[in-house]
Ligand binder design. Structure first.
Ligand code: FAD
Length: 146
């Protein structure tokens, strides 16, 4: 029997959290136009977007895991959480790279590896496309896979 669990996608949340931690440190060190990056308004907006992606993804995965713990059928909820966490974590790491400028693609910072690690999660254990179809099947009762 198919049983969706968002547990693997907690990896995506951890990766995005790491990207946030690295970026918070960097914007407090790097100076441009006479002040630290963290003092620029748009940098703060990007940081807020990254944190929002981390927290919302974590909460959605925990909600789906909570449903499973209670024995509630959660195939749609889990598929939703898996797709949401993976997609948002990828966006968060991408934004973190952007905030690092050219350093974002330098191997010594490590964000390039985080990007690869989170990107791969879009495929195994249900591609993001198939996860949307699983959620759609739970919503409609119709399997649109074929
Ligand atoms: C790191 C990693 C670990 C893996 N571990 C395992 C493992 O432990 N066990 C295991 O069995 N497999 C594993 N896989 C394989 C993984 O499950 C498959 O790669 C994945 O299911 C996609 O299958 P595919 O590569 O054949 O792509 P395809 O099935 O060819 O899909 C290609 C694209 O078409 C879309 N697509 C396919 N069918 C439909 C459809 N009916 N409707 C709409 N869109 C569709 C997909 O969403 C995808 O975007 C792993 C893959 C990776 C990358």
């Amino acid at each position: 029997m198919e049983r969706q669990s968002p547990i693997t996608r907690m990896m995506a949340v951890g990766i995005a959290q790491r990207a946030l931690d690295i970026t918070r440190e960097y914007v407090g060190v790097r100076q441009q136009f006479g002040k630290h990056l963290r003092n620029h308004q748009l940098v703060q907006q990007d940081l807020a977007d990254i944190e929002t992606a981390v927290i919302s993804s974590r909460l959605m995965c925990l909600f789906a895991l909570g449903c499973l713990d209670q024995g509630v059928r959660a195939n749609g909820t889990s598929a939703m959480a898996k797709r949401f966490a993976t997609t948002n974590a990828l966006g968060a790491v991408d934004l973190a790279m952007q905030l690092h400028g050219a350093m974002g693609i330098a191997e010594e910072v490590g964000l390039d590896q985080l990007w690869r690690d989170v990107r791969v999660l879009q495929v195994p254990d249900g591609t993001v496309g198939i996860l949307a179809l699983i959620q759609g099947r739970e919503l409609t009762g119709a399997a649109a896979f074929r």
